[in-house]
Design a binder for this molecule. Structure first.
Ligand SMILES: C[S@@+](CC[C@H](N)C(=O)[O-])C[C@H]1O[C@@H](n2cnc3c(N)ncnc32)[C@H](O)[C@@H]1O
Length: 252
């Protein structure tokens, strides 16, 4: 607790951080930006048949064939492929350590951008299990750096959020509405000064069992959205507003 380590995080994690001892990890690693990744998935040269069998089985294991192809990838002339592999290898090793130190109820947030986010998602799914992926949070930057000349402007970063297990807690986030939203969307005010909005009570699809008259008011041909019991309960709490005339309408 309350320690700051200086050094390569792989070594620090291995030497100093105990298994399952961390509740929250946020990392902002190098993004490997300004690289061309397009060729990462170029077919490896030769030995296609075994690969095809494995692809057909849809299950991939690290075996001699994979080892050979990996070696081939690293040594073929397009160095951007090897650079990407180096980056992902660096990240995968550290993510494995981060996974190890995270408590079963812990969470990890990884900040990156589109230059590597799709590749990192695959590595993260491998390390954490894709069932533990919670969200891709999009972080909108304030300006597009005037980069919209030959493409759409690049204005977002990405934060991947994973729980170590499904037991990792999530605290629901609440944020106050803006004054503009409140005054435009909650246009009505009750006797106590509390703002509210009206919405219609009609069923979105035909519900013959919810088709009943309430206090003399006939429903929309689809029926009401709620049962008579719930209608009465809402009425008792003063949460229903009736048209002035039978068959009349309220401006929502
Ligand atoms: C994208 S920057 C983070 C910037 C930082 N969050 C900030 O707002 O200033 C990536 C950082 O990771 C650090 N870094 C790269 N490899 C590392 C390693 N193996 N161990 C520890 N830190 C590393 C770099 O020095 C760099 O500061």
């Amino acid at each position: 607790m309350n320690q700051l380590y200086y050094g390569d995080n792989l070594q620090v994690l291995r030497d100093h951080i105990a298994d399952e001892s961390v509740d929250l990890i946020y990392l902002d690693p190098p993004f490997n930006s300004k690289r061309d990744y397009n060729l990462l998935f170029k077919s490896p040269k030769g030995v296609a048949s075994e690969a095809q069998i494995e692809a057909f089985e849809d299950t991939w294991h690290w075996n001699e064939q994979a080892e050979r192809e990996f070696d081939e990838l690293l040594h073929q002339p397009n160095t951007s492929v090897a650079d990407m592999m180096a980056y992902l290898t660096m990240m995968a090793n550290r993510l494995l350590e981060l996974h190890r130190v995270l408590a079963p109820t812990g969470s990890l947030y990884l900040h990156c951008d589109p230059t590597a986010s799709h590749y990192l998602k695959i590595v993260l799914d491998g390390v954490f299990g894709k069932e533990n992926f919670r969200n891709e949070i999009i972080w909108k930057r304030t300006t597009s750096h005037n980069d919209a000349k030959n493409q759409y402007p690049d204005v977002t970063d990405t934060i991947f959020y994973y729980g170590k297990t499904e037991a990792a807690p999530f605290r629901r986030q609440f944020i106050g509405y803006s004054e503009h939203y409140l005054t435009t969307k909650y246009r009505h005010v009750d006797a106590e000064g509390r703002r509210y909005r009206l919405s219609d009570m009609r069923s979105p699809s035909p519900r013959p069992n919810l088709t009943y008259a309430y206090k003399g008011h006939e429903p929309h041909p689809n029926g009401w959205a709620i049962s008579l019991e719930k209608m009465k309960a809402l009425d008792e709490c003063g949460r229903l507003e009736f048209p002035k005339k039978q068959g009349g309408r309220i401006q929502l």
